[in-house]
Design a protein around this ligand. Structure first.
Ligand code: 3SL
Length: 243
């Protein structure tokens, strides 16, 4: 008997390359381990109802003017005049419960918005790794793992997270891949899997955040499986898939 068709999982290293990949996939998992997608998962874990990702500070200010709780980060720092930035610890209070938040970040929210124009977008990070894997094993579809990178460039942490998802999907025997970017992510994950923190010691983003005294954020973001929430994009905002 012929084997059932395998679904495709591939990795795109940066939103700048998204147009080269986008046609072939139904779903996109947007990944920004340090720190946007980790912060977003954390907000939903703490009961946020919606989160509107915006690409520019101007849009963020407009929402602020309308009374929304708005986070804005550029180059790792809170943009002056906003309620919070991109630290997952800022999204842990009861104050997020039932609220619609707005967030603009250097890379992560741009990657989400870019993909949301044409695809079903899911939010992935190490903190919800197993939940994302289970979602795509239970509901297989052609999926592109979109690393947010840093200002258009490749980064290690998102690629490692994409490699972790890829390995599990391929091991489920429901998926195949054939892009070199996917193979490279897999190799990186296999090198890093026993010690993400150590492996990423020299990474540019870890250095950037460490220089801003954000070591606790880094540890949190690199600790897998702290939540099973999966934020998904629906009609202009992220919501909890389970809601
Ligand atoms: O670019 C982003 O979206 C961020 O996650 C960057 S940072 O972690 O706040 O530096």
């Amino acid at each position: 008997m012929a084997e059932p068709r395998k679904f495709r999982v591939e990795v795109c290293f940066s939103p700048e390359e998204f147009d080269l990949y986008k046609q072939e996939y139904k779903a996109v998992v947007a990944i920004d381990v340090l720190r946007a997608t980790t912060a977003i998962c954390t907000a939903f874990q703490h009961g946020a109802e919606k989160l509107i990702p915006v690409s520019t500070i101007e849009e963020a200010r407009e929402y602020q003017g309308k009374g929304f709780l708005v986070g804005a980060e550029r180059n790792g720092q809170i943009v002056e005049g906003f309620d919070f930035g991109n630290s997952p610890y800022s999204y842990m209070g009861d104050f997020v419960k039932g609220k619609t938040l707005v967030l603009s970040t250097t890379n992560g929210t741009k990657a989400i918005n870019r993909a949301a124009k044409s695809h079903d977008v899911y939010i992935g990070a190490l903190v919800n790794l197993d939940a994302i894997i289970k979602q795509f094993i239970d509901h297989p579809t052609d999926v592109l793992l979109l690393a947010s990178g840093w200002q258009g460039k490749f980064n290690l942490e998102d690629s490692i997270c994409a490699g972790a998802i890829t390995e599990a999907l391929i091991n489920s025997r429901k998926y195949m891949s054939d892009e070199d970017s996917t193979i490279a992510s897999l190799f990186l994950f296999q090198k890093a899997r026993d010690n993400y923190f150590g492996f990423l010691k020299a990474s540019s983003h870890r250095r950037r955040l460490r220089n801003l005294n954000l070591n606790e954020d880094i540890k949190y973001c690199l600790t897998p499986n702290q939540t099973d929430v999966i934020p998904v994009y629906r009609e202009g905002a992220l919501v909890n898939l389970a809601s």
